[in-house]
Design a protein around this ligand. Structure first.
Ligand code: A2P
Length: 341
């Protein structure tokens, strides 16, 4: 049976990818409603040989909608998600608005599809950096157990939306005058100060918490434990924004519960995982890079090494397209799970 689908944030970096993935994967749609702010109402979006006219998001937009994808920021989700549920829609929310709510499933289908069995209308899609990390680590968690994760991220500007991509593009022309670049958006629209992203690395994504961690870091720490269903796991993160357009990279240190596991065993566990590609051959300089992960659905893992000083410790490099597995693809996969069950 075909479904009426709505995309809130349809003109955004993630919203446009959700439409693409729905078409590419032949999601059973009857209609797709493209919703955004009043500013872009009337705009036409062409995809898969069809033209879609963008409408302003209002509570009534969700009448007769079966599945609503939200990717227009947490404030918009808080404003409209319950309106959508009230009208009978299931909401798949790509913002951080509801992720840590106890009664809301936080889902990466390869890891915890089973939590979809019980929901009250809203399902949360995790943070982009979290998704690619847990997707790659799931086979290790399952086979060997994981007690500790220390991750540093190297994140692309597209994670901060279409305007952040424009900001990088604009600043990138200023190679010779890079000390005088004016920044308007990054690290965060709501932060007091803004720093250039071109030719730079910014160790702040989202705002700071009083603990000294940023909210992005706390998202990775808390969401990872929730998705793995393991409060005891130790997870800490440092999140950094780089002048990369699309594709998040992560340097991940993992401590297994089991002792004496070899790099080969670790690799073969990951090679057999759905949606994960091990790309790891130092002799041919083969390792994942964001430039080549852009547009790909998979999570790529390379640079796998055993810690010489720690028998249960391993280092690796995990890369994926943050707009796809990190956002749009994962959301559409959640919808596919809902349709199947
Ligand atoms: P609009 O293009 O009309 O501003 P990104 O993540 O790339 O920054 O995109 C944000 C998305 O959220 C855009 O599609 C944007 O639409 C949408 N958006 C922003 N404000 C609102 C709003 N008040 N109501 C609905 N959608 C909104």
């Amino acid at each position: 049976e075909n479904l009426n689908v709505a995309i809130v944030g349809a003109t955004g970096a993630v919203g446009t990818k959700i439409l693409e993935k729905l078409i590419e994967r032949n999601f059973p749609v009857k209609s797709i409603k493209m919703l955004a702010s009043k500013r872009s109402a009337g705009t036409e979006i062409v995809a898969g040989g069809k033209s879609y006219v963008v409408e302003e998001t209002v509570p009534e937009s969700f009448e007769n909608v079966d599945i609503a994808f939200f990717s227009a920021g947490g404030a918009i989700s808080k404003m409209f998600a319950h309106e959508a549920v009230k009208r009978g829609a299931v909401v798949i929310d790509n913002t951080s608005a509801f992720r840590m709510d106890k009664d809301i499933p936080l889902v990466v289908p390869e890891v915890n599809a089973h939590v979809l069995q019980e929901h009250a209308g809203i399902i949360a899609n995790p943070n982009c950096s979290t998704i690619q990390m847990v997707a790659a680590l799931q086979p290790l968690k399952e086979k060997f157990g994981i007690s500790r994760i220390i991750v540093s991220t190297y994140q692309a500007v597209s994670g901060a939306g279409a305007e952040a991509i424009e900001e990088l593009e604009k600043q990138s022309g200023q190679f010779n005058d890079r000390a005088n670049i004016q920044a308007e958006l990054l690290p965060s629209a709501s932060a007091e100060r803004h720093y250039p992203i071109a030719f730079n690395a910014i160790p702040q994504i989202d705002l700071f918490d009083e603990s000294g961690f940023t909210l992005e870091e706390l998202k990775m720490m808390n969401e990872t434990k929730k998705i793995f269903g393991d409060d005891q796991m130790s997870v800490t993160a440092t999140c950094v924004r780089l002048p990369v357009v699309t594709g998040h990279s992560e340097s991940v240190y993992v401590e297994l519960e089991e002792e004496g596991i070899t790099v080969e065993e670790l690799k073969s566990a990951m090679e057999n995982a759905k949606g994960v590609i091990v790309q790891d051959d130092p002799s041919s300089q083969s390792y994942p890079m964001p430039l080549y992960a852009e547009g790909k659905d998979e999570v790529f893992v390379g640079r796998i090494r055993k810690d010489p000083q720690h028998n249960k410790g391993f280092h690796m490099w995990i890369v994926s397209d943050n707009l796809l597995k990190g956002a749009a693809l994962n959301s559409v996969q959640i919808a596919e799970q809902l349709v199947q069950s």
